[in-house]
Design a protein around this ligand. Structure first.
Ligand code: SAM
Length: 452
């Protein structure tokens, strides 16, 4: 028996690679499917997953090609160069029959680049959402802004169309290997035709994001998540886990949410959904959940729907029987109530005070008859002394608590009669002090012996 080790077969090394199948230039879904099928038929290549095929432009007119994107995750015993050579054969075969070629903008017929009206949200590499809703682009700009011909390596990873379609990981250079998973678990980006590394959405995090990015029909849902009202640490483990697992996060203000997520090293596409935009996004959210996406919804601070948007969204999802969960957490009014130490049988939460003194007076008058009830309102500290003047008229003998900047550096709880508190604030301001920030106003009921 020979003991010549050099004659023994070397262990077969396997690679995982991401192969881009869709281009951003007129790829058809059918072509993508056929290319994936062909790759799957090659010896030594096992397709692990074809990511969803997304068409990235609604049909503008009948003879306009649709644009499709997809990536195939493969396992192979071929090294990247061999794999590339195999794919290039397929590429050559397919390339000639494509509607608009792969990476050559010159091959797009000028007639297909007429000025057009788009209704798109484009999310860039950093997750910033640009809404190009109904933006009519002149021809030259269409070339640049319309992602059909966005410079190939500057493409947004996630694009959510107004019709609810998610265009995901718009990889470039159809039929090319763009990244290979190395032994150390890192994705190694291969150079593109200009010798630059392919830019991948998610960068080094790509590996972690791949499984997440696959929508599983039937497993989509919306998670309504509470976020801190001041202290960034006031967030539950479950909220963090939910945000980490979400495909995308709908939020009131992307800047606020991005700061929070950055603190926890969470990197997800954000969709701007303030109270004006949210109603228009409901059908998109429903469509995405039906596709199997896990979505999260957060407001700037505290619990969504508590003097915050979100109610109509939740109602619409309930009506459409769409899976929905609430992941609870902080809210300013519960925090203030506890901090106040007020003992009361009942609780009335009134949201924001009406801004006008007359309307506030009217509102408080209607509440004056409530017995054994603590009244809780939101107010801005800036307007506090004006509101206190009205409160003093309706509830002159009741203890008022002002809970300001809760959980923050300058947290302050003040209690007293409304007139005294108003005077205290005025004095403070007159002597150069500050009374600003966010505020909860609590009106304690009269002690039981004083009530009728
Ligand atoms: N969804 C939030 C919640 O669950 O409490 C409330 C959002 S509402 C738009 C904002 C108002 O809540 C502020 O104007 C203020 O009245 C109150 N608020 C929020 N954070 C606060 C804090 N840290 N301290 C005191 N009041 C706060």
């Amino acid at each position: 028996m020979s003991n010549d080790l050099s004659k023994m077969a070397a262990p077969v090394k396997t690679y995982k690679a991401i192969v881009s199948l869709g281009s951003n230039l007129g790829e058809s879904a059918e072509n993508i499917r056929r290319a994936a099928e062909r790759i799957g038929q090659l010896p030594d290549i096992t397709p692990l997953r074809l990511s969803r095929i997304y068409h990235s432009l609604p049909a503008l007119n009948a003879d306009q090609p649709l644009f499709f994107n997809a990536v195939l995750l493969v396992e192979t015993s071929l090294n990247p160069q061999q794999l590339l050579a195999q794919l290039q054969k397929i590429e050559q075969d397919f390339g000639r029959r494509r509607l608009a070629g792969t990476a050559n903008t010159n091959s797009v017929k000028p007639s297909s680049l007429l000025p057009r009206t788009l209704d798109l949200d484009i999310i860039d590499m950093e997750g910033v959402v640009t809404n190009t809703a109904l933006l009519t682009l002149p021809h030259s700009q269409a070339l640049r802004r319309d992602f059909v011909v966005t410079p190939l390596l500057e493409i947004a990873p996630h694009t959510v169309l107004a019709n609810g379609t998610v265009v995901n990981r718009r990889m470039v250079d159809c039929g090319k290997v763009i990244a290979v998973l190395q032994d150390d678990g890192q994705w190694h980006r291969l150079p593109n035709k200009d010798g630059l590394e392919h830019r991948l959405p998610g960068g080094d995090r790509l590996e972690h994001r791949l499984p997440d990015d696959t929508a599983v029909p039937g497993e989509g849902k919306l998670s309504i998540c509470a976020t801190p009202i001041g202290n960034i640490k006031d967030i539950t483990l479950r909220v963090l886990e939910t945000l980490r697992q979400a495909h995308s996060i709908y939020c009131e203000d992307t800047r606020v949410t991005r700061r929070l997520l950055a603190h926890y090293d969470i990197h997800k596409p954000l969709v701007a959904a303030d109270e004006h935009r949210l109603p228009k996004l409901i059908s998109q959210i429903i469509a995405q959940i039906r596709q199997g996406l896990r979505l999260a919804y957060v407001t700037d601070a505290g619990t969504p729907t508590i003097s915050d948007p979100g109610q109509a969204l939740i109602a619409a999802l309930r009506a459409a029987d769409i899976p929905l969960e609430v992941v609870p957490g902080p809210s300013a009014f519960t925090t203030a109530l506890v901090a106040s130490g007020i003992k009361a049988q009942n609780l009335y939460f009134g949201g924001f005070f009406p801004r006008k003194a007359g309307a506030l007076r009217q509102r408080l008058d209607t509440l004056a008859g409530l017995e054994h009830t603590v009244l809780v309102f939101y107010e801005s500290a800036r307007r506090a002394h004006k509101s206190l003047a009205v409160i003093a008229e309706v509830f002159p003998e009741q203890q008022i608590t002002l809970a300001r900047e809760l959980t923050k550096l300058h947290e302050e709880i003040l209690s007293g009669f409304a007139a005294d508190l108003a005077q205290q604030i005025t004095q403070r301001l007159e002597t150069g002090g500050v009374f600003k920030g966010e505020l909860v106003v609590l009106i304690a009921p009269l002690p039981k012996h004083a009530q009728r």
